[in-house]
Write a protein that binds this ligand. Structure first.
Ligand SMILES: *Cc1c(COP(=O)(O)O)cnc(C)c1O
Length: 368
């Protein structure tokens, strides 16, 4: 089976992890500091705060911004549950704006939902494609809103040459399946020194120095062993992103011959880092059957996401969830399908993904 994601760690990671293990400093050591420096570099910010995972990073930013009960946060319904869980944990209500045809948040739809309770927006750079950050930042400034970029899937993606995570406050994940991984891990990126200090305090039990408690904090620290896993990948992030982008270009050339499949679009000015390569099947095609047939033929196709994030039993009647009519996102959820695009795909495997996909999807579109 060709997997939908596959970490490719290599000898540099092995060597640095061994260095971490032998250093005797497994947490709050120099490797976390180096990881943070590389992350600040990636996002083009002055500061980066390493945390234990991408969900906690969203939670800490909401807390540091003072978002809570009585507030509203606007995000996309086409995202992973972590985005919504972080909002709900803050005590705020979650509202959902629609997406555009490129799957990212539609600034006009966001604008129509803003009211006096709106505190922040969380654009998600879905599949590795940045949102329209120029329009979203303009709107946020005009309306006085915080902007948290959920960049869990978009390490190193850019808009007009500027990296994601540096427009608003950046939140990244280093979970096992992300483009850069530490197994579990996260980072917050910002150029605001006060925010950065507040986040460091919140991350470490509310302490500014040993036993000096400034606030009620928590433990959201990353270990040096985890930092050691990510550092060599961050150093070669350009190489990783180029490989993903070449794989995506290959798939687009191959799949554009199938009438019933829309290949992904990248709006001008934005670079896509291809966390997922996601196509839309034409209406009427049995997606579940297509996925099952791809899997039977050895391609681990995925669906991100089969439903809008709030459209699950636990969220539907949740008092902090405001269901919304978002036809474009609903349509994407019904028709999207992702194919392996990761850099561990060798040319032969990539050719297999393309050939099998052409054959299966052409057949499914004919049947549908
Ligand atoms: C993975 C992911 C997260 C959460 O990150 P974790 O490190 O798994 O907690 C948040 N948002 C999006 C869009 C993600 O894909």
């Amino acid at each position: 089976m060709i997997p939908i994601s596959q970490p490719e760690l290599g000898p540099e990671v092995e060597a640095l992890v061994l260095t971490a293990l032998r250093s005797g400093q497994l947490s709050q050591g120099p490797l976390v500091a180096e990881f943070e420096a590389l992350c600040a570099d990636m996002a083009g910010t002055r500061h980066a705060i390493a945390v234990s995972n991408g969900t906690v990073s969203l939670e800490l930013v909401l807390e540091a911004l003072g978002v809570g009960s009585g507030d509203e946060v606007i995000t996309t319904p086409l995202t992973f549950a972590a985005t919504l869980n972080a909002i709900l944990r803050s005590g705020a209500r979650a509202r959902f704006a629609d997406v555009r045809a490129d799957f990212t948040l539609d600034p006009e739809s966001v604008d129509s939902l803003v009211n006096e309770r709106t505190a922040a927006i969380i654009p998600v750079h879905l599949y590795g494609l940045p949102c329209d950050m120029a329009a979203l930042m303009k709107l946020a400034e005009r309306r006085g809103l915080g902007v948290i970029e959920d960049s869990a899937q978009a390490h190193g993606a850019t808009v007009e040459g500027r990296a994601v995570g540096g427009f608003g406050i950046g939140s990244f994940s280093f979970y096992a399946t992300k483009n850069v991984t530490s197994g579990e891990g996260g980072v917050i990126t910002t150029s605001d020194v006060h925010l950065s200090e507040a986040l460091r305090t919140l991350r470490n039990q509310g302490m500014t120095s040993q036993y000096q408690y400034e606030t009620v904090g928590r433990n959201a620290r990353l270990s040096d062993v985890q930092a050691a896993i990510a550092i060599p990948q961050l150093r070669r992030l350009d190489v990783i992103n180029t490989a993903r982008s070449m794989n995506a270009a290959y798939l687009t050339r191959a799949l554009s011959s199938i009438g019933g499949v829309s290949t992904p679009v990248v709006p001008p000015g934005r670079t896509h880092v291809w966390h997922q390569y996601t196509v839309l099947l034409e209406r009427g095609v049995e997606r579940d059957a297509a996925v099952a047939r791809l899997r039977a033929a050895g391609i681990a196709a995925g669906v991100y996401y089969p439903a809008l994030v709030w459209d699950h039993e636990v969220y539907r009647a949740h008092p902090q969830v405001v269901p919304a009519d978002t036809p474009c996102a609903a349509d994407a959820a019904a028709r999207c399908l992702s194919l392996p695009v990761h850099p561990a795909l060798r040319p032969e495997a990539l050719a297999t993904v393309a050939e099998v996909s052409i054959s299966v999807l052409t057949d499914c579109c004919r049947a549908g």
